[in-house]
Ligand binder design. Structure first.
Ligand code: B12
Ligand code: SF4
Ligand code: SF4
Length: 407
């Protein structure tokens, strides 16, 4: 069993002390379900997919509908298959890694990377039961697999620009749903080759995917606490297959996130709940990294007034989040190749251009199906502000005051 990051030196975090495993029961969703973050948020979470049939199908079901009409709900109940007793011999782990990556992409993953399964990123106990593995809520998790295959699934750039709306919600939830069959299929394929494998995705995570994905070279950790991928920015859903299939591991990458986040701070400026730090990294559970305020981020959902359920503002504001285009590829390619001490000279003008062309607060008016994210009139409930203004003005008026960039 591996503990501690022993393989390499990623730049966006630093292990500086012992890390203890996190108990899933103490993470935000179970804390909200128990009412620890207030009755309003607990009720909101129970009823968030209630009104719109489209939302109920894409989300996790519930409301007035039948949860079995949500594939996300039904797929989380598919039993884990048995390991085929006729094990295929693996003579070349590097060749097997190439094979696994190709198959994962064929199934539908957008990016794939492999790392050791560090036990620090396995939850210590389950928050809820699992039909797939017959585990019960509160059970300790024993997951001794050696490898973690990390998968990333990209969301549509333009639909996320409609943040926060039913349109960005639909894209977010479809993305989550899409991760499930692909992750299940990859785990099944490995079990059919005769090796144990488990799928970890929305609703059934036994591992924390972000640190594993950073170690597997899918990207780096941003100021907003999310994985940033060179091609897709932060609009990746993450899932993991853990296994004992002999594999070769990947190395973490340097795509310049450490240097860009130092000066950029666009996510911190646009976060409506001020949950993303402007300041430096902090040490938590033995790791030095940027850390968001999870509780205020979660509570911001209460401001949705039934118009959306998932905030993706930090995802779409991030300057790495761009549509597929040659100039984005060239900008990232150059950044990686510039020696680290010289990078600020390149980054500062790039950030200025980013604000100029993409806006200080990226957002687009969009009509799709019968949805329209145009601002609607509302009465503001922010303490001290009794103005009757549109929901867009509300966002502009109540985002963090711009703070000077680090020089
Ligand atoms: C609970 C949860 C939330 C909570 C709390 C957020 C949080 N940071 O924990 C709320 C509701 C606020 C939330 C919001 C969002 N979430 Co969320 N969330 C989760 C979930 C289900 C569990 C996270 C958890 O257990 N946190 C509690 C403990 C572990 O927190 P922590 O110790 O601070 O650790 C966090 C980080 O520091 C990091 N981490 C932990 N240890 C280490 C060690 C090292 C070395 C490193 C580098 C990182 C690292 O991972 C943790 C998750 O961010 C994960 C899936 C998963 N199983 O991880 C998705 C997940 C993190 N969320 C995701 C997303 C996309 C979002 C949102 C954009 C949209 C949304 N769902 O509303 C926002 C973004 C907010 C933000 N800036 O982080 C994605 C991130 C994908 C990516 N590209 O990075 C995940 C992985 C799920 C997915 N769909 O793939 N989320
Ligand atoms: S999801 Fe929204 S509220 Fe949460 S950190 Fe990102 S921008 Fe802020
Ligand atoms: S918006 Fe800027 S500061 Fe925030 S994560 Fe992206 S690059 Fe880093």
């Amino acid at each position: 069993m591996l503990t501690g990051n022993t393989q390499h030196n990623p730049r966006t975090y630093r292990i500086i002390g012992p890390q203890s495993q996190i108990d899933e029961r103490e993470t935000p969703h179970p804390r909200v379900d128990s009412g620890e973050l207030g009755e309003r948020l607990r009720t909101w979470r129970k009823t968030r997919f209630g009104e719109d049939p489209f939302d109920r199908v894409l989300g996790a079901g519930g409301g007035d509908g039948d949860s079995n009409n949500s594939l996300r709900h039904t797929m989380s109940r598919i039993p884990e298959g048995k390991v085929n007793p006729n094990r295929m011999a693996v003579s070349d782990p590097a060749e097997m890694s190439r094979n696994i990556k190709e198959i994962a992409r064929f199934f539908g993953a957008d990016v794939v990377g492999i790392t050791y399964l560090d036990q620090a990123y396995v939850y210590s106990h389950r928050a809820s039961g699992s039909v797939a593995t017959e585990a019960k809520a509160g059970d300790p998790i024993h997951l001794s697999h050696r490898y973690a295959i990390c998968l990333g699934f990209a969301s549509d750039y333009y639909k996320f620009l409609s943040n926060n709306s039913r349109i960005s919600d639909a894209e977010y939830h479809l993305g989550l749903t899409r991760t499930i069959p692909i992750t299940l299929m990859l785990a099944s394929y490995i079990r059919e080759m005769g090796y144990p494998a488990r799928a970890h995705q929305s609703g059934t995570y036994e591992v924390i995917p972000i640190p594993l994905a950073v170690n597997a070279g899918l990207g780096e950790l941003g100021r907003h606490g999310l994985l940033i991928n060179e091609e897709y920015g932060s609009r990746l859903h993450l899932s993991v297959v853990t296994t004992d299939l002999p594999l070769a591991i990947d190395k973490p990458v340097d795509i310049g996130v450490e240097d860009v986040c130092k000066y950029c701070m666009k996510c911190a400026r646009t976060c409506p709940s001020h949950s993303i730090p402007f300041g430096s990294k902090e040490v938590y559970n033995g790791v030095e990294k940027y850390r968001i305020n999870q509780d205020t981020c979660y509570k911001y959902r209460l401001a949705s007034r039934g118009q959306w359920s998932v905030c993706v503002i930090c995802v779409s504001s991030c300057c790495y989040n761009k549509p597929e285009a040659w100039w984005h590829t060239v900008a990232c390619w150059l950044l990686k190749r510039i020696p680290i001490p010289l990078r600020p000279l390149y980054i500062k003008p790039l950030l200025w251009i980013d604000d100029l062309f993409w806006g200080k607060r990226p957002w687009k008016h969009m009509k799709w199906l019968n949805y329209d994210n145009a601002p609607t009139s509302m009465t503001c409930n922010i303490p001290g502000c009794q103005a009757n203004h549109s929901n867009l003005q509300h966002k502009r008026l109540h985002v963090a005051k711009p703070v000077a960039r680090a020089q």
